[in-house]
Design a protein around this ligand. Sequence first.
Ligand SMILES: [Fe+2]
Ligand SMILES: [Fe+2]
Length: 196
Amino acid sequence: MTHLLNRSTFGSKENSGNVMSEASAMELLQDWVKNEKLIFHMKQVGHLMKTYASSKGYDVEEQHKWFLAGLLHDADWDQWPDEHCRIIIEELEERRLDPTIIQAIASHGPDYFGVEPQTEMDKMLYAFDELSGFVHAYSLMRPTGYDGMEVKGVKKRLKDKSFAAQVSRDDITDGSERAKIPLDELIQFVIYHQLR
Ligand SMILES: [Fe+2]
Ligand SMILES: [Fe+2]
């Protein structure tokens, strides 16, 4: 199913630098999302985004923007799956959030939303989203969870189409290509830094 947004610009430049606290973002999630697993998925992606921005040496303000993009990207999925991700985008526009965060959320699935990831933040959100979910699913079926997890084990499961079948392998490959980060490197980053 596609959820084309039929728009190409999101938020307003005059709101640059406007963020919300982690506490208010969590409040929004508690309000909108009843599915605890989905909240955990967003926390995991938010954590990866923040950690990646930090690894690139970006300042704490920038890291927080990356964090918010990850933390809120699926906020409307639980209640309005058919309107994902239009609802959360409109909410964040109304709250006058920094446009780079809204743009990243709008482009986290180019094939579904029809919005191309452009900035590094956009591309990393797209690259981490499905991969984070996949590695998490893999950790749940391993007796030792993340302990001793290796890149080759993740790749073996990626080839097994019956495992976590809902996770799009195409999006994972495409995300890594667009980010210009080899898939092995990306998987290693997720294994190391994923919130447990
Ligand atoms: Fe999504
Ligand atoms: Fe997601």
